[in-house]
Design a protein around this ligand. Structure first.
Ligand code: AMP
Ligand code: MG
Length: 483
């Protein structure tokens, strides 16, 4: 069944209608000289929209020039623990929710701008975004989607014609992103901190209906929601670990209720395997280091549980013990998903013990092997043992024995591994290369890279550097929050 694609956007506004008090209305300031620099046609189709027919309308929305009557533009209010400390009021300081679209599969999805100007939550900020981080978010999000990882995605990006003051003046840009919702742990923390239990109740109900409809009739909705978020986040973070993704700012305001990855700021993918890898310039203590992510997920979930406590049980001790059990369930789930995922990456049954994976990772760290390509090489090694990296020779004997003991023919296992292990990820040096070209007006490399990332498991006749680690000249990689 293919429904006809629509030629205009029609918004619904359940957040605006049902959660009054959790946002501030916003009037967008039109960009002086808007120019559409990226448009995600496959995503438009997913949204049930005819890409050619809606292009101009989307530019009108992204640039703030003309928003359809059906939209109710607003800045969402939220709090958040940032690097461990509560910021009692954050909110969309440079972003705006336009409304909700029902996609071709009937799913409700937010359309949200980033870089769209000041809001009542801007504090000292200018409400703007710049071209580099905007394009970077599109690239990395498409890469994550291509890898099968739940994520917000960028529908369109436009330059504004303004210069934005950063350390140096930079071209201003706005993006429109699509997400299952922008509800986050911080949304709940804001109203819990204000002791606004009625609003927390409304949020629980809204979040259950939107993301966990099957749990809506639960006896204790708050507990059902905590369980649901624990499950989707355990799956998500295990997937990040599998592909070597480092989010970089897993503050509770960036930790979604939907279980999607949002807020691509200082994120990056591992090159050489290093569990302690940190890319963000502001993460000096390594709080959000690669290997710390499963534990930080538990920390964030504990903050969510705290916000929900009075709604779990009137007796604080009972509430706490019920909540703790859910956080523990998350920890068990993230470990189980990781074990299954890592075993799949090396072609073993999901429930194989973790010794081989642990041994492999220890050797990869020691030899600083490239995280992504090593797994593809191992698959090659099943058919031609010469392909196994030398640093893994001692380990590989045990691995090959385990593969053969599991009984499937080696070439079949290799094909299964290739379906798990990508060839192409948004490699940091390639991302930077594409952004530098775009900054100089050449969008060719950016567009080519988006294409490559959409199908990351299939080898293609493209520049081999897409699949290779950064040259030594690239140096250590540091990322910055997209401000
Ligand atoms: P983020 O790092 O994007 O998750 O943002 C953290 C908080 O800072 C959010 O409340 C943002 O809205 C706010 N923020 C970040 N950059 C700006 C900016 N240029 N102007 C206003 N607020 C900002
Ligand atoms: Mg954020």
């Amino acid at each position: 069944m293919t429904a006809a694609l629509r030629s205009s956007l029609r918004f619904e506004n359940t957040y605006a209608e049902r959660l009054e008090g959790a946002y501030a209305p916003v009037a967008l300031t039109p960009a002086p000289r808007p120019s559409l620099v990226a448009f995600n046609a496959p995503l438009a189709v997913e949204l049930g929209l005819d890409p050619e027919a809606v292009r101009d309308e989307v530019l009108g929305i992204v640039s703030g020039a003309s928003v359809p009557d059906s939209a109710r533009v607003l800045a969402m209010a939220y709090a958040g623990h940032q690097f461990g400390h509560l910021s009692p009021l954050l909110g969309d300081g440079r972003a705006a929710l336009i409304g909700e679209l029902i996609d071709a599969r009937g799913r409700r999805r937010d359309l949200h701008l980033k870089g769209s100007g000041r809001t009542p939550f801007s504090r000292g900020g200018d409400g703007r975004a710049t071209l580099g981080p905007v394009l970077r978010e599109l690239l990395v999000a498409e890469g994550m989607h291509g890898l099968g990882i739940p994520t917000s995605r960028v529908l369109a990006a436009a330059t504004t014609g303004e210069r934005v003051r950063r350390e140096e003046p930079l071209p201003g840009a706005v993006l429109a992103r699509v997400a299952a919702s922008h509800l986050r742990v911080g949304t709940f923390e804001l109203f819990a901190a204000r002791r606004d239990g009625a609003m927390v109740e409304r949020l629980i109900d809204y979040a259950l209906e939107r993301h966990f409809p099957e749990r809506r009739g639960a006896e204790t909705p708050a507990l059902a929601l905590l369980e649901g978020v624990a499950e989707v986040q355990a799956r998500l973070i295990a997937q990040w670990m599998g592909v070597g993704f480092v989010h970089g700012v897993m503050n509770t305001d960036n930790f979604t209720i939907s279980g999607e990855t949002i807020d691509y700021g200082p994120c990056a993918f591992l090159d050489a395997y290093d569990p302690a890898a940190v890319f963000s310039s502001i993460d000096r203590g390594g709080r959000y280091a690669y290997a710390n992510q499963p534990a930080i997920g538990a920390w964030n979930l504990a903050r969510f549980a705290e916000a929900l406590l009075p709604h779990i049980d009137p007796d604080p001790e009972v509430a706490a013990s019920l909540a703790i059990a859910r956080v523990e369930a998350y920890m068990a789930a993230v470990a189980a998903h990781r074990r299954a995922g890592m075993n799949r990456k090396i072609g073993l049954p999901e429930d194989a013990d973790e010794e081989l994976v642990a041994g492999l990772l220890a050797r990869m760290a020691e030899a600083r092997l490239d995280y992504t390509s090593t797994f593809r090489q191992l698959a090659r090694g099943l058919v031609s043992p010469d392909a196994i990296p030398e640093a893994l020779a001692g380990w590989a004997d045990g691995w090959l024995a385990a593969i053969d003991a599991a009984g499937a023919p080696r070439d079949e296992v290799a094909a299964r591994m290739d379906a798990e292990n990508p060839i192409y990820i948004p490699r940091n040096h390639k991302v930077e290369e594409a952004l530098a070209a775009a900054h100089d007006g050449d969008y060719g490399p950016f567009e080519a890279m988006v294409e490559v990332l959409r199908d990351p498991f299939t080898a293609r006749d493209v520049d081999p550097s897409y699949a290779e680690p950064a040259p030594a000249s690239f140096g250590p990689y540091t990322t910055f929050c997209g401000t």
